[in-house]
Design a protein around this ligand. Structure first.
Ligand SMILES: NC(=O)c1ccc[n+]([C@@H]2O[C@H](COP(=O)([O-])OP(=O)(O)OC[C@H]3O[C@@H](n4cnc5c(N)ncnc54)[C@H](O)[C@@H]3O)[C@@H](O)[C@H]2O)c1
Length: 439
């Protein structure tokens, strides 16, 4: 038993191990790049043939991994992408980065993880390490994946290794890139944990072993619930202080001078992305098994979901002050991505704001330098828009401009100077201006 475990560890340390990454999206692709950079051969797997084809032609579809990053590795045959899952048997370590969304009833949709596990089980061989990186509820690795992987008689910890290691990728973050963020690892057995730790030791500053996959799964959820709850708390503060005519941003700046016991979170138009609005509800679902209702998670969800409505109501009020009706008003949304400097519009609060304004009769356009087109959203089937170019003449034609996302490339002074009304949801405009309303 120890032998095959040590053999794989040795292969990893010598960088002779082949890495398979399943799911080449916002998490999987940066992981591919990180393994390539330290010298491993990597095979990328995805069910989307368009993505596979683009990657093999050294073209990328996400902003922070470029085709240029991949090109030299493709030329040296160190990287290839494929939709043929039989090639999984070539990989010594298989890392799973597939989506874990909520279904229409807001319950965990593990179908992507289970389909992937079945594909791996079909060609699992002795000596392979499998690691789930997708965010999920405690128990997924051992209760859902393990039985499928052992179905053909191979034994975990002896014939193959299984672990959970949550991804902490923060897209667009130039300070904390994949290799600079410590990684938590929980193995089904100690041999599983040791092999997984040996693997991540090759690419990240620090690997943090924990006693089980369940602890690692719970760790990721705690991190994201912590964010969701604190964002909701500060959003509530924003609404209270606004009634008291107190600038919440000034309060946060002042509170942040306390050197202990406080860390700043910032209000906004609502939360977005594939993680914070979704992941906490994985625990809500699982907690029912132990007869527990997750009150903090629900309350945070409720407040954060309210924020786009708050922005819309501030916009309606501001237009009213100018003797204008929302019906027929021309409104420009700046930034449709869910946060600054990224191209990801999943769960973006800007989408909700657009749809609420459209329901009220507003004529909506948007600009986002990173998102040329916005359509095909499950929750907003009627929404179909293209980003329009920004210029002085067009800004003047809008009744209101809503700063939904404060991309660094925007010149906010110029925007304010050329717009009749600006609704600023991100504190992007630092100076007090008559035509700027904070929301
Ligand atoms: N985006 C983030 O910032 C972030 C951060 C930390 C953790 N996560 C977690 O990482 C996981 C992946 O998120 P993402 O943002 O990279 O998603 P994504 O949608 O960007 O990428 C997932 C990829 O998996 C592919 N895919 C779907 N089913 C597949 C299958 N059966 N086999 C192979 N490929 C398949 C899709 O085509 C897509 O390319 C999720 O669990 C998410 O919660 C995301």
């Amino acid at each position: 038993m120890a032998e095959s475990n040590l053999f794989l560890e040795e292969k990893i340390k010598n960088k002779d191990a082949v890495i398979g990454v399943i799911g080449l999206g916002y998490v999987g692709l940066p992981l591919v790049k990180t393994f390539l950079k330290v010298g491993f051969k990597v095979i990328g797997f995805d069910v989307d043939p368009k993505k596979v084809s683009l990657l093999n032609r050294s073209r990328s579809y996400i902003k922070h991994v470029t085709g240029k990053d991949l090109k030299p590795f493709i030329a040296k045959k160190k990287f290839r992408a494929t939709a043929d899952f039989k090639a999984l048997s070539e990989a010594d370590a298989i890392l799973i980065c597939v989506p874990t969304p909520l279904d229409a009833h807001r319950n965990p949709d593990l179908s992507y993880v289970m389909n992937t596990t079945e594909a791996i089980a079909g060609c699992l061989r002795k000596g392979q390490l499998i690691v789930l990186e997708s965010t999920t509820y405690p128990g997924t690795t051992e209760e859902e994946m393990l039985p499928l992987l052992e179905v053909k008689g191979l034994k975990v910890g002896k014939d193959f290794y299984l672990a959970y290691s949550p991804e902490r990728e923060n897209p667009g973050d130039e300070v904390f890139t994949t290799s600079g963020i410590p990684k938590v690892v929980g193995g089904v057995t100690s041999a599983c944990r040791n092999v997984a730790k040996a693997l991540y030791d090759q690419i990240v500053v620090r690997t943090v072993p924990v006693s089980s996959p369940r602890v690692a799964e719970a760790t990721k959820l705690l991190e994201n619930i912590f964010r969701s709850v604190n964002i909701a708390m500060v959003n509530e503060m924003k609404m209270i202080f606004e009634r008291m005519d107190i600038d919440v941003w000034e309060v946060i700046r002042a509170a942040s001078t306390k050197p202990f016991g406080y860390m700043p979170f910032y209000p906004g138009p609502g939360y977005g992305g594939h993680c914070i609005p979704v992941d906490p509800f994985y625990l809500t679902w699982k907690a029912k098994e132990v007869d527990y209702t997750t009150k903090f998670i629900e309350l945070a969800g409720e407040i954060n979901t309210l924020m786009p409505y708050f922005v819309v109501s501030k916009t309606v009020e501001a237009l009213n002050e100018q003797r204008k009706s929302i019906k027929g008003a021309k409104i420009l949304i700046l930034g449709i991505a869910y946060k600054k400097d990224v191209d990801d519009q999943r769960e973006s609060p800007a989408l909700k704001i657009i749809s609420l304004l459209q329901e009220k009769g507003g004529k909506i356009s948007y600009n986002d330098p990173y998102v040329p087109e916005s359509k095909g959203h499950r929750d907003y089937p009627g929404l179909s828009l293209r980003s329009i170019p920004l210029n002085t003449g067009m800004l003047k034609r809008f009744d209101a401009v809503i700063i939904a996302t404060d991309h660094s490339v925007y010149d906010f002074d110029w925007i304010v100077k050329n717009s009749s009304l600006v609704i600023d949801t991100r504190n992007a405009v630092k100076k007090k201006r008559k035509n700027v309303i904070k929301a």
